[in-house]
Write a protein that binds this ligand. Sequence first.
Ligand SMILES: C[S@@+](CC[C@H](N)C(=O)[O-])C[C@H]1O[C@@H](n2cnc3c(N)ncnc32)[C@H](O)[C@@H]1O
Length: 476
Amino acid sequence: MTSISDEDPLQIPLTFLTAASTHSLPTLRDLTKSHPALASAASTQYGQSALHLAVTAIEDIHERAPTAPETDPWANAVESVKILLQSGAVWNELDCEGKTPGCVAWDMLQERKRKLAARETGEKERVEKEVEALGRVYEVIVEAGVRAEVLLARMEELGLGGGAEESDEEEEEGKDKEDEKETLQDEKPEEDGEKEIEGPDKKKQKLDTAPDTTVDVVDVNSTDYLTSKLEYGTSKAQTTLLDSDSNGVMMSWETKIMQESVTHLIPPAPSTSPPSPFRILNVGFGLGIIDTAIQARLTSYPNAHHIISEAHPDVLQHLRETGWYNKSNVTIIPGRWQDSIDALISAAYDPLPSSSSTPGSGYDAIYFDTFAEPYTALKQFFSELVISSMSPTGRFGFFHGLGADRRVAYDVYTKVVEMDLWDAGLGVEWWEVEVEEVVREETWRGVRRRYWDVGGVYRGPVCRFLAVGEEEEEEE
Ligand SMILES: C[S@@+](CC[C@H](N)C(=O)[O-])C[C@H]1O[C@@H](n2cnc3c(N)ncnc32)[C@H](O)[C@@H]1O
């Protein structure tokens, strides 16, 4: 009998890929030890990595000849995925259809769940086993993605050239610097299951480490955005705010999300005398959907102050033309929030316009929804501004579009942001709302790029200081 070590070296990748697609644990363990680069490097002629194969092979398990009676082939599938990820398999590697292993697992899982729900399958028991294995595999891939993202962010913080995100300064240094950065990244080896693929254009906060498969990749940066010409428009389908390249800055399909966010941020006014004050900060006006919803909710708070931070000159002009500067309970702070930190903090503690002397005790609510900024901007915002200006019982929300052009990325970044919020002393609860329009083709007509592609359910955050959340849980 020949052992793997006697094999023709050219055969080894093939043996490895075959082991992945048959969930052969001993071979996978041997080869990942003897050839550490295999897990991240080997792929089929169709661009499927060993991880893709281990996932898709779950549908063949029932056809394979049973191995030892005591082995559970479904558990072997999950174990194979774990071995590959622990050995450096890239969690967000794309196959030739532009799918990551997590996307493949997710699609297979949904298909089987749908069949079970519709009672379409005569092999209920087998499909249930597949659902269980695929669900576990998906979780394992998400966990690996979170680990890789966190590690990459830490490396970047330590100046070890982790990711591709730009700091403000880098962004301002212009294109030359960007080109230089790209070259450096090309040379960096893959580490810990993270592929250096150019990031998705994110409508709001982009996460540069997520894969992007769109041919027409748009990478809007804050500097270019803030100097571009914007257009407010209304079509049959909806109202939009587009930049000069037809990127959707804000679209009215998000209305339900904005309204729900307000419901979670502003509790019903208590019937006290005098009425309780309420102070809210919104960063990013856009179409003013959330600000309109805030104003409607604040009618029950006669003693309220609504602060708006907005950076784009065209949006500020729109605010002037539509009367927002004349509202008695509204203060507009023009400019980037990063350049207005002192003014934004002062506005949290100044006496309310309606009471000339009582100082404020911080914002009761803060919402953040900017455009063309990296994830690090959101992180800086909550780690610095929220914690120094929110009242101890305040609530913080933001538009969660992180990784929203790909299911697995959305799930990874939900966990990443949760961890970063926790580091900043904030606990998060997620609420969900269904948005039918987002899955309709006509919603995206005339917009350069679909920035939301994870189905019709939006996951929204409401964050509070950890000590407050914990006390309230104890009381319950
Ligand atoms: C997605 S829109 C906000 C939409 C808003 N939530 C609504 O309901 O219509 C983003 C807004 O943030 C503004 N913005 C972008 N970067 C900013 C920054 N650094 N500081 C303040 N505003 C910013 C943009 O000009 C734009 O008006």
